[in-house]
Design a protein around this ligand. Structure first.
Ligand SMILES: *[C@@H]1O[C@H](CO)[C@@H](O)[C@H](O)[C@H]1NC(C)=O
Ligand SMILES: *[C@@H]1O[C@H](CO)[C@@H](O)[C@H](O)[C@H]1NC(C)=O
Ligand SMILES: *[C@@H]1O[C@H](CO)[C@@H](O)[C@H](O)[C@H]1NC(C)=O
Length: 280
């Protein structure tokens, strides 16, 4: 676990224990209302989308649950998660310890989720408090539960994310600006940001891995109107140079199909590290 996250967890649990008095100056300086909100709610949403072509380069073995392994490669941004955020940095997580993920509530959405919100890894991901489950259970438990009361249950969570994803169609916006997945082709980050700004009137936040776009994030007010993604949304990543985007980036095509020789890397790399690192 990285240090920022551990630190933040500690802060949050301190708040929880009403030990705010012990917190360092920065937090104490914020208005009382702000402190209260830290426990009671959140300020805006981040809709995190991932670029399979980049994520799937880390795949070293295949399994049926891994979207990277499909015979029809995913050549569009897929959903990573909808994340409630605090406007001054940080985010709540694991907000309702007693609720377990109920797949039945989203059974109707499953075919759409398979297409637009697939797991890009093999194996279960962590849920809160030591549990493990499918990728969806992870996103719901870690982030979805913190959207209450705006987000009431699993159905609400997944359908809200899908609604935003289809209304603010990033793949379409980029195509309009002639930005397509293509191996080796480089695009200026400014060109990508402008394309999104032009389409939705707000600035996205990009996360890269080794010179390729790994995530594109859109930000929304609580009423689901788009807002700029601010520097506070970068905070979690700023400690990690690896997420930094150079001026020119690629959008590699997803072409794994079956994990073929040459794509296989050592086993340690199969751990979804980008996940463990921060938000997810
Ligand atoms: C993937 O591998 C399986 C078994 O090894 C094979 O039957 C299937 O045709 C392969 N699919 C693709 C897209 O290569
Ligand atoms: C986004 O737009 C593309 C291109 O027009 C389209 O194929 C895709 O179905 C759209 N995605 C959603 C979720 O509506
Ligand atoms: C990083 O990108 C370079 C150039 O695109 C490539 O040659 C190299 O294999 C990549 N490294 C990893 C770990 O993916």
């Amino acid at each position: 676990m990285d240090r920022t996250r551990r630190g933040r967890r500690l802060l949050v649990s301190l708040c929880f224990l009403c030990l705010a008095v012990l917190l360092p100056g920065a937090l104490l300086a914020s208005p009382a209302a702000g402190r209260k909100r830290r426990q009671a709610g959140f300020d805006h949403y981040v809709l995190a989308l991932q670029w399979p072509g980049t994520v799937c380069r880390q795949t070293n073995h295949c399994c049926s649950s891994n979207g990277c392994c499909r015979s029809n490669p995913l050549n569009w941004f897929t959903i990573h998660g909808l994340w409630p955020q605090y406007s001054y940095g940080g985010w709540p997580s694991c907000c309702r310890p007693t609720t377990t993920f109920n797949m039945n509530k989203i059974a109707m959405l499953k075919p759409i989720l398979e297409k637009y919100w697939p797991s890009l890894y093999c194996g279960d991901t962590s849920t809160c408090f030591g549990g493990r489950g499918p990728f969806w259970a992870h996103e719901w438990a870690t982030h979805g539960t913190c959207g209450y009361p705006e987000i009431q249950d699993e159905y609400d969570y997944f359908s809200t994310a899908l609604y935003l994803y289809s209304k603010y169609n990033v793949t379409k916006a980029l195509r309009k600006a002639h930005i397509y997945p293509r191996n080796g082709r480089k695009y200026a980050v400014a060109h990508i940001v402008d394309a999104i700004d032009h389409a939705f009137g707000r600035l996205p936040h990009l996360v890269c891995k080794n010179g390729s776009v790994q995530e594109l994030r859109l930000c929304f007010h609580k009423d689901y109107q788009p807002r700029d993604c601010g520097s506070e949304d970068d905070e979690a990543w700023s400690s990690s140079r690896r997420s930094h985007c150079p001026r020119y980036v690629t959008l590699p095509q997803s072409a794994l199909g079956n994990a073929t020789e040459g794509r296989l890397r050592n086993r340690a790399e199969n751990v979804p590290r980008a996940h463990g690192q921060s938000y997810v």
